[in-house]
Design a protein around this ligand. Structure first.
Ligand code: MG
Length: 263
């Protein structure tokens, strides 16, 4: 037994020694890419509040940042869909968009006629807003679908009248500016988190979301307004803000050329 204990102790000591040597032998990996320092953003008090770098599009008081905003009723910190679509006065390219909405508490209609509105990214790609709580319709037209392109992966709808959130990440498509026709260089992408649940994961847009024809791209500038749809139902909106996003790009320093040998 004594011998065995000594052997085990010796083996243990050897393992520790190897570990220490390995630690000394490890060399830290560095990419060599020089990144700018990420800007400091102060988050909101809750995940629904705008972070410090957000552009607030509707804070519950007025729709002055929207064309036709005067057509909608604003009261008690929210806006009610009426009469026409509303469109932001400013245009945006790639962004994170926070939207809160509530379909009417008093349930009226069925299918597409129940709590219908929509968030149109770049003024033409609709993330559907619909009362899909126990209300069936075609799946690629239900709440959180990319209209007539793909259903949400799951149905995360709350009850009619309850406030719901969309956290949308949108990457605008890029088109070839040097040609007259529509030539897509990069398609658009949409991620949607509905009430904290991922329902669209970097979905590749197929083009404009039409009602009466297949999706197709129509060339447009990167920056476009955001549009909220009037579909005849008194859907409510509140707390709308966005953050423009762009990748933090680093640069890899050029490799030094070996000096020429002096003659
Ligand atoms: Mg709609």
């Amino acid at each position: 037994m004594k011998v065995r204990a000594v052997v085990l102790a010796a083996l243990g000591g050897a393992a520790v020694a190897v570990g220490v040597m390995t630690a000394f032998a490890q060399k830290e990996y560095k990419s060599g890419i020089v990144f700018p320092e990420p800007a400091v953003v102060t988050p909101g008090k809750t995940d629904n509040d705008p972070p410090s770098d957000a552009i607030v599009l509707f804070d519950g008081k007025d729709l002055s940042k929207w064309n036709n905003g005067d057509k909608w009723e604003v009261k008690d910190g929210y806006a009610v869909v009426q009469k026409s679509d509303i469109t932001t006065k400013d245009s945006f390219g790639d962004y994170q968009l926070h939207v809160e909405f509530a379909t009417p508490e008093k349930v009226v209609g069925t299918g597409q006629g129940r709590g219908n509105s929509g968030v149109f990214l770049a003024n033409r790609y609709e993330v559907q807003v619909l009362d899909s709580f126990g209300n069936t319709t075609y799946f690629d037209g239900q709440c959180a679908s990319l209209y007539k392109q793909t259903p949400p992966m799951v149905n995360a709808c709350k009850k009619p009248g309850e406030w719901q959130t969309y956290e949308i990440v949108f990457t605008a498509p890029r088109f070839d500016e040097s040609v007259k026709e529509t030539k897509v260089l990069k398609p658009g992408y949409v991620t949607v988190i509905h009430n904290g649940v991922v329902v669209q994961n970097h979905f590749e847009l197929l083009g404009n979301t039409f009602y009466d024809r297949p999706p197709a791209y129509e060339k447009h500038p990167v920056k476009q307004p955001i549009r909220l749809q009037n579909h005849g139902n008194p859907v409510r909106y509140r707390n709308i803000w966005l953050r423009e996003i762009k990748p933090l790009e680093g640069k890899k320093p050029e490799a030094k050329q070996p000096e020429e040998k002096k003659q």
